[in-house]
Design a protein around this ligand. Structure first.
Ligand code: FES
Length: 211
């Protein structure tokens, strides 16, 4: 059987560039694909004076197309400013790889979303977000759509693991329909907190389990 992948896709899949975790990144993005439930994490190190991405790493829990696209994206983003890197599109990454089967487009979208999430995290943590919309329950909901329910491979909103979301005076309260001693409780709490605490007007995140 002939694989429907270009030589370059296979090469990046077999020898991915910039793969791994980064300790103390300036920005970190974790995105899940609604199409397949796979995930990608992107880590950035940014020069605060020039805004140039000096180092970038990724971890992929996705397929060969996702690994190859994430790999090429790190090559495209390294050495660019944050503003330039924001413009990298999944189409550009796909072209750079010599094409991907159409059914695999969502895998490259996932890689690009991982990069954009890491840039957004960097900007939020460094006070660089210009339009500061107040955080509402809708904003919280859209953030939590990027936290996976490890038991289902889909996000915690779609799988109705979140039963209540509130924000009052900068204090967020999230109710999760799981016992606090559940094997994934600590992990979910950490990811929920990470997704919400970088919002500019959020001072405290309380994740409450059902018992
Ligand atoms: Fe999930 Fe490719 S099938 S990332």
């Amino acid at each position: 059987m002939k694989f429907p992948y270009t030589e370059k896709v296979l090469e990046h899949f077999k020898n991915p560039r910039n793969v791994g975790k980064m300790e103390n990144p300036d920005g970190k993005g974790l995105e899940g694909s609604p199409a397949c439930g796979d995930m990608v994490a992107v880590y950035l190190q940014v020069n605060p004076d020039t805004q140039v991405i000096e180092d970038i790493k990724f971890e992929s829990y996705g397929c060969a197309s996702n690994i190859a696209t994430a790999s090429i994206i790190t090559e495209l983003a390294k050495g660019k400013t944050v503003e330039e890197a924001k413009k990298i599109s999944w189409q550009e990454a796909t072209e750079e790889l010599g094409g991907l089967p159409p059914v695999k487009a969502h895998c490259s979208v996932l890689a690009v979303e991982g990069l954009r999430a890491a840039i957004r995290d960097y900007e939020e943590k460094h006070g660089l977000v210009s339009e500061q919309e107040p955080t509402t329950v809708d904003v919280i909901r859209s953030r939590l759509k990027h936290v996976m329910n490890p038991m289902a491979g889909l996000d915690i909103i779609r799988t109705e693991l979140v039963t209540k979301m509130e924000i009052n005076d900068g204090v967020v309260r999230i109710l999760i329909d799981l016992p606090s001693n559940h094997q994934f409780a600590a992990n979910i709490k950490e990811e929920v907190t990470e997704k919400l605490e970088s919002l500019w007007d959020v001072n405290e995140v309380n994740v409450v389990f059902t018992e």
